[in-house]
Write a protein that binds this ligand. Sequence first.
Ligand code: 6CS
Ligand code: FE
Length: 301
Amino acid sequence: MSSAVLQRLHDPYPSRLNHAVTPVERWEPTVWCEETSDGPLGAADLDRFADDGHLSRPGTVGDDTLPSLRTEIDRLAAELATDDPRVIREPRGTIRSIFQPHLLSGLVADVVRMDTVLPVAQQLLGGDVYIHQARINLMPGFTGSGFYWHSDFETWHAEDGMPRMRAVSCSIALTHNYPYNGSLMVIPGSHRTFYPCVGATPDDHHRESLVAQQFGVPDEDTLTKAVDRHGIDQFTGAAGSALWFDCNLLHGSGSNITPLPRSNIFLVFNSVDNQLTAPYAAKAIRPEHLAARTATDPVRR
Ligand code: 6CS
Ligand code: FE
C-alpha cells in the first residue's frame, strides 16, 4: 500500500469524500503554550482564545506605520505583472489578493516580526513558528466580493497536507473594518469541531477557490446547526487592529457594496513542528506562494 493511501486511511480529519462524514471533535489543544508562559497574552486572553477560537487586539500596527504600509500595498498592486500567479483577481479584473507580500516587501516582513505580532503567534502555538501563507486581501468599495464560510484548516489539511491544528491566522486591518464593508464573520467555538466537507478536490482547485470556493465548504445544514449552537461574531475595528483566529474556526465575509474599501494583511503562522506532508485529499501539492514547503525556518526577530 502506498504511503499516500495509508495516510488517507489513518486520517483523523477526513474530508472531500463523496459522502457525508460525522463531524469530529477536536482532541488537540487550541492554545499550545504552558498556562504560565511568558508572552504578550495574559491568562484571560489565552482562555478566551481557547474558548472562542479568536481574539481581537487593537493597536497591533501603529498610526506611524499604517500610511507607509498602505502606500507600499498600492505600489505592489501597481507593479506586479498582470499574469503574476501571486495576484488573484475578481472576475471584473480588480485585485482580490496578493500572496507572499512578506517576500515582496520589507515593510510587510517587518510587520511579521513586530513585538505585537510574532510573540503572540509563538505564545499561542507554543514555540517557534514560520509563515505558512501570507496575503493582502483587498476589498474595494462597491465591487469587492466576499469569502464563503470555510475552515482554513480543512483546506490546508486536504490540499496542503498540514497534519495538525497548530496554526493561527492574524488579520491586520489596513482600513477601518465596519460591520457593513465586508468585515469578517466568525462562528465562535466552531474551531473545536472538524466539519468534513463533501466532494473530491478538483485538479488545480486553487484557480477557482481563491476567487469563489465551492469545495471544502460545509453544507447549509451543518452551518445552520453550527450557528444555532454558537452564534456569529464579527471583527470590526480601526485600522491597525488585529484579529487572531484559530486555523479551524469557521469564518466568511459578505461583499462590500459600500464606497469604503476594506483591506487587510493576512498572516498565517504554523508551528515548526507541524510542517506540511503530502496532501490528505488532493492529487498534487499547491504552489509555494499558497503553502510554504521550503521557507520553513523559524521566524526570528
Ligand atoms: O486557499 C487557502 O489557503 C485559503 N483561501 C480560501 C479561499 N479558502 C481556504 C483558505 O482560507
Ligand atoms: Fe479563510
